[in-house]
Design a protein around this ligand. Structure first.
Ligand SMILES: Nc1nc2c(ncn2[C@@H]2O[C@H](COP(=O)(O)OP(=O)(O)OP(=O)(O)O)[C@@H](O)[C@H]2O)c(=O)[nH]1
Ligand SMILES: [Zn+2]
Length: 334
């Protein structure tokens, strides 16, 4: 998907401020020739933990430079740092720039904050962790995660846990038409296949409570508890809820755990955004009547997507799956 497709979904975060009639803002920014690149690994109370050159052994704490204004800086962001980047205790670097994002995941709005803010930037894939039993899988949740992937620029991967309790076949079958890769895990076996999928990549992880996400993370990142503890030490005072934290995989790559985030915000997502992720239907959707929700009869009887299937240019299962995703967007959180 082209970057511009999901970029315009970003308007709740990026406030474009009208100029004050002077020169463009960018011209007045200091030039930081000496700035070093870094990846944000956690955020807590106005302090950002960053891995210099994405090297997990070079962690520094940084503050945001005044010149950044309100530009949001979230976990996974690639930033430019100046100042003391030694990472020694009590030192503080400054974030002077944020690179354009390759992907975004936003959390749902809640009682404390009406905006669907970006919580993870630049993750290449989203690992959707679902248990096969105890608790039983929730396909509505999986579908909403898939929509978040297709519209945020991430590749989805299904991670089905607790395979010692139930067979994965039925669940796998309901996603076969979406061609979503899946890995199956159980706690009495090494997660070798999963480690292969995550190796060298930046992957966000999402899952409901009790599905075994912590079990997996602790197994793959031996120092996971330690790293999370470090985050709270950065804050001033009491331990605060950490929204996302990037943990380095011993063999290379990062997993970005999202504790406290059970689903991702889709209020900005339109039906057309989702259809665009389905190449074989994208063109036909242009022929649909204005305002078509693409759900087909009875809601959208003149939807042109049915013609694609009728002409044999798409599998019926693809359209059924696409329509399930379109419907899930407006469905209740599950
Ligand atoms: N049978 C079985 N139980 C598992 C498996 N993986 C985890 N569990 C159990 O499931 C329960 C929940 O596991 P956690 O790893 O704490 O789940 P979580 O998704 O991190 O949940 P929160 O910590 O609440 O966010 C624990 O009692 C685990 O021992 C598995 O593969 N098979
Ligand atoms: Zn349509």
């Amino acid at each position: 998907m082209a970057r511009s497709d999901w970029r315009r979904l970003d308007e709740s975060d990026v406030r474009v401020r009208p100029g004050k009639g002077t020169r463009p803002r960018s011209k007045r920014r200091p030039i930081h020739a000496e700035a070093v690149p870094a990846m944000v690994t956690s955020v807590d109370r106005g302090r950002w933990r960053c891995a210099v050159e994405s090297d997990p052994s070079r962690l520094v704490t940084a503050m945001r430079a005044r010149e950044l204004g309100r530009t949001p800086v979230v976990v996974g962001d690639q930033v430019r740092l100046v100042g003391d980047v030694s990472g020694r205790p009590d030192t503080l670097a400054r974030i002077v720039g944020v690179e354009p994002r390759d992907s975004v995941l936003r959390r749902t709005a809640d009682d404390t904050d009406p905006y669907e803010r970006v919580v993870v930037a630049n993750a290449e894939q989203l690992l959707i962790v679902t248990s096969l039993a105890d608790p039983p899988p929730r396909t509505g949740f999986i579908d909403r995660c898939l929509v978040a992937c297709y519209t945020g620029g991430l590749e989805p991967v299904l991670c089905l846990t607790k395979a010692d309790l139930a067979e994965p076949d039925e669940l796998l079958a309901s996603y076969a038409d979406l061609d979503v890769p899946a890995v199956v895990t159980r706690h009495d076996q090494e997660p070798t296949e999963l480690l292969d999928v995550l190796h060298g990549r930046v992957s966000a992880l999402v899952g409901h409570s009790g599905v075994g996400k912590s079990t997996l993370v602790n197994r793959m990142v031996p120092e996971a508890d330690l790293a999370t503890g470090e985050v709270s030490a950065v804050g001033k005072g009491r331990h605060t809820s950490v929204t996302a934290v990037a943990l380095p995989l011993p063999g290379g790559g990062w997993v970005i755990d999202t504790p406290g985030i059970r689903s991702f915000g889709l209020a900005h997502v339109t039906g057309d955004d989702i259809v665009r992720a389905f190449g074989e239907f994208a063109e036909a959707a242009e022929e649909c009547p204005p305002g078509c929700g693409h759900l087909g009869p009875a809601e959208d009887p003149d939807c042109a997507l049915d013609d694609v299937v009728a002409a044999g240019r798409a599998r019926p299962g693809r359209l059924a799956s696409l329509r399930r995703l379109l419907a899930s967007r407006s469905g209740a959180e599950s």
